[in-house]
Design a protein around this ligand. Structure first.
Ligand SMILES: N[C@@H](CCC[C@H](N)C(=O)O)C(=O)O
Length: 315
């Protein structure tokens, strides 16, 4: 395990240094900030600085680790889940849920000894409700909130228009199936796909999906790429995979089943089981710890670049 970390401590020169851990789930990467008592003022600017891949630590988002009781969005769930995942996209925006993030968040809590799973797993509060994480070796499997497939819509990528289904996974998704002859790798996702802003007033995460060769471990197998609201194209999106899995099972006329979802960063597995639960499973890895020197005025929300003062990489 990496060195133990907990929020700020007076450090060199008397400046408070913020401790962080870096982690990822299938290449969807996060800066994890322990803030058990909710003392950290995490402005959108601070988030963008931390997530900057050249001037900061780099990440698709930030996971602030705060006790539910200490966070207004989390306190209604405090009796059910001690810890709240405060998720921020790399552009500083707040999101309701992050499927890879919550798996990495669980790995972090367990690695730091901040939580012990109960008989049914480790409950974690999110803006989309309480989810429950279960460790299975290198993988973390999460009982997610139920995805709701609710409307047909379209997305555009350059001159191409794709039909898709809107899916609510706590956060918004639009799952588009590619037409025959269009390669997943050919899509230019360097800019946001076009979408119906009257349907997705708060923005949307857009998944592009193709069928893949059967695999033994799953009933269905697909591959996807994603353009995430607030982060751009990422190597993986857990809630995106959940949305894709829900649409794939629905299109196959199946009420239950296992869907292997290949993403550029690896494979996630979505399961709808006989009890009606939806599960998301995949690897969740912590790769480094370090300290960030707050920039000038950062504690009060001002600017300043993040300076990594010290770090340690997991072996
Ligand atoms: N990568 C995440 C989703 C993160 C939030 C999303 N960009 C949004 O704004 O809804 C995942 O693994 O689910």
């Amino acid at each position: 395990m990496m060195g133990g970390v907990l929020f700020t401590e007076p450090s060199r020169g008397g400046k408070p240094h913020i401790k962080f851990t870096k982690g990822h789930g299938t290449g969807n990467d996060f800066v994890i900030l322990p803030d058990p008592d909710g003392a950290l003022e995490l402005t959108p600017q601070r988030v963008t600085e931390l997530c900057d891949r050249r001037f900061g630590i780099g990440g698709d988002g930030v996971l602030r680790v705060v006790r539910s009781a200490k966070e207004p969005d989390g306190s209604p769930m405090a009796a059910e889940a001690e810890w709240f995942m405060d998720y921020r996209n790399s552009d500083g925006s707040v999101a309701e849920m992050c499927g890879n993030g919550v798996r990495v968040f669980a790995r972090y809590l367990l690695s730091e000894g901040l939580a012990t799973p109960g008989p049914s797993g480790l409950p974690i509060a999110t803006r989309a409700g309480v989810v429950v994480a279960v460790v299975e070796g290198d993988e973390i499997r999460v009982h997610m909130t139920t995805p709701r497939v609710y409307a047909a819509s379209t997305a555009t990528v350059g001159p191409l228009t794709f039909t898709g289904m809107a899916v609510d996974c706590g956060n918004p998704h639009l799952v588009c199936t590619l037409h025959d002859g269009v390669e997943l790798s050919s899509l230019d996702l360097s800019v946001s796909p076009g979408f119906d802003r009257s349907l997705f007033a708060a923005g949307v995460n857009v998944e592009f999906v193709v069928g893949a060769e059967p695999v033994e471990s799953a009933d269905l197998h697909v591959a996807m790429r994603v353009y995430e609201r607030g982060s751009g194209e990422t190597l993986s999106c857990g809630t995106g995979a959940l949305a894709v899995g829900a649409v794939a099972l629905r299109d196959a006329g199946r009420s239950t089943g296992v869907v292997a979802v290949d993403v550029p960063g690896g494979r996630l597995t979505v399961t709808h089981d006989e009890t009606g639960r939806w599960w998301l499973a995949g690897p969740a890895v912590l790769v480094a710890t370090g300290e960030v020197a707050p920039g000038p005025g950062a504690a009060s929300g001002g600017g300043g670049a993040s300076g990594v003062a010290a770090g340690e990489v997991a072996g």
